[in-house]
Design a binder for this molecule. Structure first.
Ligand SMILES: [Zn+2]
Length: 129
């Protein structure tokens, strides 16, 4: 599997790392930013499904808060099933937004005796209908 790169930003003054990089550093206000590449993978911190989608989107509109490299967080539109918290996802840039797609953890990432879950049935964030 090839992992697409993400472009993150680092403040030259305080070394904070963040997104987006279209303004000053959110921590110190510094304006000297360095771009750097990070793997386009992350971990889901929260996810939700909107039954009434914003104009231009087809419901259900799934969104996830994702932590990528260097503890940088972003919001992404989710392609496919709603991911569970802690799930690994692949993140890519699509125009002006980020998109996330669930990836199955590899056997070495599972480790520590966790029992693997089969499929994505029974997602913990299934909203009431
Ligand atoms: Zn800074």
């Amino acid at each position: 599997m090839t992992v697409p790169d993400l472009e993150l930003f680092r403040c030259s003054a305080c070394q904070s790392r963040f997104l987006p990089g279209d303004g000053p550093c959110p921590r110190c206000g510094g304006i000297r930013l360095e771009r750097y590449a990070a793997p386009g993978v992350g971990t889901v911190l929260a996810a939700t499904e909107l039954e009434v989608a914003q104009e231009g989107w087809n419901p259900p509109h799934r969104l996830a808060l994702i932590e990528v490299a260097d503890a940088v967080r972003l919001i992404a539109a989710v392609d496919g099933d709603l991911p569970r918290v802690g799930a690994p996802v692949e993140v890519r840039v699509d125009g002006l937004i980020y998109r996330a797609t669930a990836v199955e953890p590899s056997s070495r990432e599972r480790g520590e005796g966790d029992s693997p879950k089969a499929g994505s049935a029974g997602a913990p964030f299934e909203p009431p209908r």
